[in-house]
Structures are given as structure tokens and as C-alpha cells.
Design a protein around this ligand. Structure first.
Ligand code: NAD
Length: 476
């Protein structure tokens, strides 16, 4: 028996039917109506800034400016970029006619998929609910959103905002955890946009297979960062310090671990430690009073990180940076560890917290072998002035995204696709790529009346048809 009350299941089924009916009506809605909705939502969303800051702070102590940067701004850019480009994305694309189709005309038009499901993680709990929603609506769909149970203040706010702004049969928020998500996944959605871990990604894809629902899976994994002997070490320290400890390290594309060339390893680690103290403390110490440093999301996540650090230390890792932690408030001081054994848990699981393992290398080939022996990363970072190092890593490894001489910034580039590959994800998102993910790219061929060249191939297969087929095989 399902652990979700049957009355809730009935109401989900009724809501789904209402969405289905609305989605059919949306198919004939003029594009201007979609644009008007998105414009109004932009105004409404921007006005919720303080509520969003408060909810995310209540869930995991994220500083208000970081909330503005990583939750509010990405949704506003998605809205603005979509509004600026939707005419072009939604317009039917004329397709060239080859000689064999002389007289016909063809186009590809993006039609809405229908009723979509957006399942979100807790680490960017506003951004990853509303970002995909913008694209789903822009493409003419209705959507259900399932926010994460680990950020209850934000999930409630997402529900309230949706209830305040959208009709219930256009956007519906279903709160809850695993059981509620399972119930939702039984419904025959037209597309599922899931963001979360690879393990749960597999659960979602299995459930989607039952209804042959298309999926976008935005997953995680370990994102390696390589710093070679030609890199600008100060730049690399600054950028890694920010990219790693932003959001308390709980970012899917945070540098997960560092490979630094042994000749510059000592200097780089000293620079890194100084940068981390500058960004998140007073230059000397980092403590709970830091106005720029968040918290681990839950006791469970805190204990997992603590255990992983403990295991690495017991197996010979050495501390380059640590400080006072507070289990009660889930304040975890930034931790930088050197000499982490390559088979430690910290090197096997996605770290996803404020702990950075640093490994040294002599030969880039060994790093490439290590990367290729593990699941394909979501992001790969390379800090190097050498074009040949950059090119070797680009050619010899596979990852969802790559950023050279920086980290994280590839995420917000509006014209770049974002997403993983295999274990780190399936499908791409953001801007035009999300619009397409939520659309069926429907080819339409319009044949001319009367005779058309393909008729030369129709049965009965006379000598003249055989001659036409030969001609086609040889020349067209
Ligand atoms: P998660 O996979 O545990 O949960 C994601 C969502 O799935 C939540 O809404 C949760 O309620 C639901 N869920 C959890 N277990 C489920 C189950 N057994 N059946 C059905 N639904 C289930 O992920 P998380 O801990 O919330 O987020 C962290 C993960 O997300 C990390 O791996 C991170 O790298 C990844 N992530 C990826 C991106 C990206 O854009 N690629 C962005 C943010 C986070």
C-alpha cells in the first residue's frame, strides 16, 4: 500500500487531469500571452527578494547577498534572456529542400510537450525550482514542481509564491519527500526535468520508462580541478576559494578535488588558505560570525562530511586548513586536506560540502587516467597557461562542462548549454537548450499537389521504377 494517503493520490490525479486539459488549451494560445505571463512573473519574482533571502537563510544560513547572486539573479536572467529570445526560439524554422523533394516545403516547429514535472534538490532551492519553470512555461507547458524536503522554509515559500501568482491548473507545487515523489512519478507526464543525485536520477529514469516520458537529468558527481605548473597560482587560488566554499561547498559544479602539479603544490596551497581566510573570515580566522559563510543543510549531511574527513585523516591525510566546527549550528569551518589517499571516501563520493582534498601529480597522463577511470564529471576545471595542456584535457577526457582558468562561471552564461554526460546527467538546460528540452521539435513536410518525384518509386516495380531507384542510389 502507498504510504501517501489515498485522498492525496486522488487529488493528485484530479489535478493532473486539470493540467492536461489546460495544456491542450495552451496549444492554441498566442505567443504574446506566454510573454505577458513571463513579464508579469519577472515583476512578481523580483519583488519577493526579501522573502527569498529570509527563507533560504532559515534553511541553511546562506548570506543574503549570496542568495541574491545564486538564487534570485539566475532566475531573473533566465526570464530576461527568454523574453529577449522567445520570438526566435518559438518561430518555425524553415528547412532547406533537397532536389529529391523539389516542390515541397518543410519546417521544424517547437510544440509544447504538455504537462511537465520539475523535481528539485535542496542546494539551490529557489533557482532550481523556478529556473526550469521559466523554460517550461516559455515552451507552452503546464508544470508540477516538487521541491526538496531538506529546505522546508524555502519549499513552503515556493508553494506560497506559486499559489499567489499562478492558476492551480498551470503550476502546482507538491511538497514532500521520497513517498510523495514516487506517487508523482506514477503519473504519465510529458517531460520530467529532474535535478539531484545520480542515484535518484536512476530511480526517476526507471519510473519515466513506465510511461515512456522524456527526461532531462541534471545530476552531480565529482568535478576535478587541475592546476598545472604554468597556471597563474594567485588567480587559481582566488577562483577555487570562491567556487569551492560558496554555498558552503554544496554546489553541484564546485571544484570537488584538486590535482596540482608537485612543483607548485606548496605555494598554491598557501595562497589558497590565505584566499579562503580573506573571503570568508577576517583574513586570519573564520568563525560563526562570518557574514559571508553559510551552513551545512542538515545534521545527516554534517555527520557524513565529518566521517569522511575523519576517515581520510586516519589514513594519513594532512590538514592544511581547519578550525572550530559547531555540530549544533551545522557550522563547518572550511577544511583543506593534503595527501588524501586516492581510494579514500572523499575521493570516491561527491564531497558536496566545505571540504577540499588536494592531490599532487608529476605527470598529467596519470591525472587523465584517474579521471577516465571514474564516472564522467559534471564539470572539469583546468588552470593553465599552456594551450597544449588545455587541449589535451579537452580531447582526452569527457565531462558535462569545462571551464578554463575559472570555475562556476560557465553555469550562468546564458548562451551556453548546461548539463552533464552519462552519470552526471542527460540532456542540456538553460536558455534555448531548456526551451528545446520542454518542446517537441516537430518536423512538418508540406508536399505539393499532383506529381512529385517520390512517386517515381511507387510500385509496381517496373523497369522504369528500377531505373529511378538506380539513379537515386548512384546520384542522390
Ligand atoms: P537527491 O537526489 O537526494 O534529491 C533530489 C530530489 O529527489 C528531492 O526533491 C528529493 O525529495 C527527491 N528524492 C530523493 N530520493 C528519492 C527517491 N528515492 N525517489 C524519488 N524521489 C527522491 O539530491 P539532493 O541531495 O537534493 O541534491 C544534491 C545532488 O544534486 C548532488 O548530487 C548535486 O550534485 C546534484 N545537483 C545537480 C545540479 C545540476 O544542475 N546538475 C544542481 C544541483 C544539485
Amino acid at each position: 500500500m502507498s504510504p501517501v494517503a489515498s485522498s492525496s493520490i486522488d487529488s493528485l490525479t484530479r489535478l493532473f487531469a486539470a493540467h492536461k486539459a489546460r495544456s491542450l488549451r495552451l496549444r492554441t494560445q498566442p505567443l504574446n500571452e506566454r510573454k505577458r505571463l513571463l513579464k508579469d512573473f519577472e515583476k512578481y519574482f523580483a519583488a519577493q527578494r526579501t522573502r527569498i533571502q529570509q527563507a533560504v537563510f532559515a534553511d541553511f544560513g546562506k548570506p543574503a547577498t549570496e542568495v541574491d547572486m545564486s538564487e534570485v539573479y539566475p532566475v531573473l536572467t533566465e526570464l530576461r534572456h527568454t523574453l529577449a529570445n522567445i520570438d526566435e526560439w518559438a518561430a518555425p524554422e524553415d528547412i532547406d529542400t533537397p532536389l529529391t523533394y523539389l516542390g515541397s516545403s518543410s519546417e521544424v516547429r517547437c510544440e509544447p510537450k504538455g504537462v511537465c514535472l520539475i523535481i528539485s534538490p535542496w542546494n539551490f532551492p529557489v533557482n532550481i525550482c523556478f529556473g526550469p519553470l521559466v523554460s517550461a512555461l516559455a515552451a507552452g507547458n503546464t508544470a508540477f514542481i516538487k521541491p526538496s524536503e531538506y529546505t522546508p522554509h524555502t519549499s513552503r515559500l515556493v508553494r506560497d509564491m506559486v499559489n499567489e501568482f499562478f492558476d492551480e491548473d498551470l503550476v502546482t507545487v507538491v511538497e514532500g519527500g521520497v513517498d510523495e515523489t514516487r506517487e508523482l512519478l506514477r503519473l504519465p507526464f510529458d517531460h520530467i526535468f529532474f535535478t539531484g543525485s545520480p542515484q535518484v536520477g536512476k530511480v526517476v529514469m526507471r519510473a519515466a520508462a513506465e510511461n515512456l516520458t522524456s527526461v532531462t537529468l541534471e545530476l552531480g558527481g565529482k568535478s576535478p580541478t587541475i592546476i598545472d605548473e604554468t597556471a597563474n597560482l594567485k588567480d587559481a587560488a582566488k577562483r577555487v576559494a570562491f567556487g569551492k566554499f560558496l554555498n558552503n561547498g554544496q554546489t553541484c559544479i564546485a571544484p570537488d578535488h584538486i590535482w596540482v602539479h608537485e612543483t607548485v603544490a606548496e605555494e598554491w596551497q598557501q595562497l589558497l588558505v590565505a584566499e579562503v581566510k580573506k573571503l570568508f573570515g577576517d583574513g586570519d580566522h573564520i568563525n560563526e560570525q562570518s557574514p559571508s559563510y553559510g551552513r551545512v543543510v542538515s545534521d545527516k549531511h554534517f555527520a557524513r562530511l565529518y566521517d569522511m574527513v575523519d576517515e581520510a585523516l586516519q589514513r594519513g591525510a594532512t590538514v592544511r586548513l581547519t578550525g572550530e566546527h559547531n555540530v549544533a549550528t551545522r557550522f563547518m569551518h572550511p577544511v583543506v586536506l593534503a595527501n588524501v589517499p586516492p581510494d579514500a571516501r572523499l575521493m570516491e563520493e561527491e564531497v558536496f560540502g566545505p571540504v577540499l582534498p588536494v592531490l599532487t601529480y608529476q605527470n598529467l597522463d596519470d591525472v587523465i587516467v584517474h579521471i577516465n577511470a571514474h564516472p564522467k564529471p559534471l564539470a572539469l576545471y583546468v588552470f593553465s597557461s599552456s594551450k597544449s595542456t588545455q587541449e589535451r584535457l579537452l580531447q582526452l577526457t569527457s565531462s558535462g562542462t569545462v571551464c578554463v582558468n575559472d570555475c562556476i562561471t560557465q553555469y550562468t552564461h546564458p548562451n551556453l548549454p548546461f548539463g552533464g554526460v552519462n552519470n552526471s546527467g542527460i540532456g542540456k538546460a538553460h536558455g534555448k537548450y531548456s526551451f528545446i528540452a520542454f518542446s517537441n521539435e516537430k518536423p512538418v513536410l508540406r508536399q505539393k499537389r499532383g506529381f512529385a518525384l517520390p512517386y517515381l518509386l511507387h510500385p509496381p516495380y517496373t523497369e522504369s521504377v528500377k531505373r529511378s531507384v538506380n539513379l537515386m542510389l548512384n546520384w542522390f
